[in-house]
Ligand binder design. Structure first.
Ligand code: GLP
Length: 260
């Protein structure tokens, strides 16, 4: 795992955007795994800027989103469908038929989850999965004690997640209790992972993810098992890392490292 610490949120968003650009340069028809939440917003803004000003092309790209609230229709202002459309999809040129987001309103969740997994497989798998992290260390909506080999399925949200997300709803009771989410196993199958975290509220979860034991109590810690995972964070999210100096040393020394 590589840990990249940038002083500010805009800087970390730029590093993440460059990684997406690298993937698209190498493979213009890449399959991207998308995340919601406030953390990847800076990354999406930078990608939109690159699309508008520098011709970054998404015309062959396919995307799969991590998760969606159960019960929210696609045009609900707090649905992840709405979030993705407003913050990213409507600003870039990804063909709408290439966009896959779990359905929060399907009549058969089990069948939908199986279909979603099959679509990922049929599209050749996810090349780069973007991840945020919940304050309890979850990725997507894989709450503590989720199986580390889980696939796309329904999950009941944990109380800290409902509390965290209540700020987006009028009343706490309005936050959905269930979500449909890619599993930890689904996420680990992606060829590359980037996990983004910003701010003090994520510092403990980041330290547990990077330096703690691999445990279903912190599902993000499963990315320690991945061969190509990068954790990109800002200064505040890095405050509880014990090996911070080492990560910074690696990053600075990188340009001089042998490439063959
Ligand atoms: C939700 C999403 C996660 C996201 C997390 C953190 O739980 N399901 O994918 O990582 O929120 O969101 P934020 O970036 O707003 O802190």
């Amino acid at each position: 795992m590589e840990v990249i610490i940038k002083q500010t949120y805009p800087e970390m968003s730029q590093v993440a955007a460059q990684l997406v650009v690298d993937v698209l340069n190498a493979k213009p028809n890449a399959v991207l795994g998308m995340a919601t939440g406030s953390t990847p917003l800076g990354l999406y803004q930078e990608l939109v800027r690159l699309h508008k000003n520098e011709g970054l092309d998404f015309s062959q790209v396919t995307t799969f989103n991590l998760d969606e609230y159960v019960g929210l229709p696609v045009d609900h202002p707090q649905s992840y469908h709405h979030f993705m459309r407003e913050n990213f999809f409507k600003h870039v040129n990804i063909p709408p038929q290439n966009v896959y987001i779990p359905s929060g309103t399907t009549s058969n969740y089990h069948a939908f989850c199986q279909w979603f997994e099959k679509r990922i497989e049929d599209c050749g798998g996810i090349d780069l999965q973007i991840l945020g992290i919940g304050s309890d260390g979850h990725i997507a909506f894989n709450e503590p004690t989720s199986s580390l080999s889980s696939r796309t399925r329904l999950k009941t949200l944990a109380k800290p997640t409902i509390d965290d997300n209540a700020r987006f709803f009028e009343r706490r009771e309005d936050v959905p209790v269930y979500a449909i989410t890619m599993g930890v196993g689904t996420i680990l199958d992606a060829r590359k992972l980037i996990l983004l975290a910003s701010g003090n509220a994520k510092a403990t979860a980041v330290a547990q993810t990077v330096e703690g034991p691999i445990t279903s109590m912190v599902t993000a810690s499963a990315i320690q098992l991945h061969r190509d995972a990068k954790v990109i964070i800002d200064d505040e999210a890095a405050t509880e890392l014990r090996m911070r100096d080492y990560y910074e040393f690696i990053y600075q020394a990188q340009p001089g490292a042998p490439t063959t």
